[in-house]
Design a protein around this ligand. Sequence first.
Ligand code: CA
Length: 376
Amino acid sequence: MNRRDFLTATTVASAGLALQGCNESNRQAIDYSKHPQKSENAKHVNINRNKKTTIKLATSWPAHFPIMGTGVEKFAQRVVDISGGTLEIKLYPKNTLVPALAVFDACSSGQIDAFHSGPYYWKGKNSAFSLYSGIPFGFTAEEINSWMLFGGGLELWREQYGKYNLHPFMGGNTNIQMGGWFRKPINSLEDMQGLKMRIPGLGGEVFSKMGVNPILLPAGEIYTSLERGVIDATEWVGPALDIQMRFYKVAPYYYSGWHEPGSILELTFNKEMWSKLAFEHQSMIEVAANELNSNMTYEFHSKNIHALQELQDLKIELLQYPQDVVNAGKTALTKVLAELSETNKDFATVNESIQKYLKLSKQWSDVSLGYFLNER
Ligand code: CA
């Protein structure tokens, strides 16, 4: 045995000892249960290097759309690289193969193999799906990742999507979103009454109960509607994407938000197709999906901090909602969650899981991050 072989053998032996020394809590932390299940007949590397597997993936975003579109493009390239070219992800941006909001059905039926979008778009299929994006006053990006991976969220999501022949992964997070752009300042809840605001999802339902008139508009019509006063306010995402929409020119009052504190984006596969993929390919996709999920979250943070600086240079007004608006939001949220739990058992199950985890998570976040952010 030469020196190099000896060193390798020693390292492997030490690693083996270290693994044997793993206690139960370490094993749970690694959480192998979330990884692809290796089938009995997959005991050896079974990729056929002479055969390329192609996955057709459609997105709800235009080609090269900042952060979301480009993030998926990096994911696709990563999969090609780590599979040695045996697995190719063919990307179809918004409306090139299927309409932006038809990706769920197209994937469910097998017309496409996968999609990148947001779970809150599918609340018409099952109101519980909106919960996988997060809830107003709910999880931060870090907390929702924790609930998904270690709090049972991903199991529930996969079980419920499984009924639609779909197998989801987390595919990024917008990080905390801003409350939105207003043509006039909001001094009290009174100023929100009858206000026409573009705000979708659970946030829209909460705002509706607070007296706001939520409007749904295609992205391309928001700016002109705001400029002409057809709407009084709009939320979008955060500084990074908002600045490109130039809302600051026509609605200069920019409010911090609580309606989407950490919205998850999804990378979802046709379940039948997924189950037929080689185990190695499944594992590679899982690794690349985890990278996509974390990178997109951090890229949002990075682009937001720079864009906020630019917005401040433009002298916009950065504001917080008045306390009575926040209180009304919390009351409205309780009502919305209770009503939807009443009418949909799936919603009740997911909401219960979220509330249980959120209660504990809040305790920890409040005494750690909460205090720290106030002191820093
Ligand atoms: Ca939003």
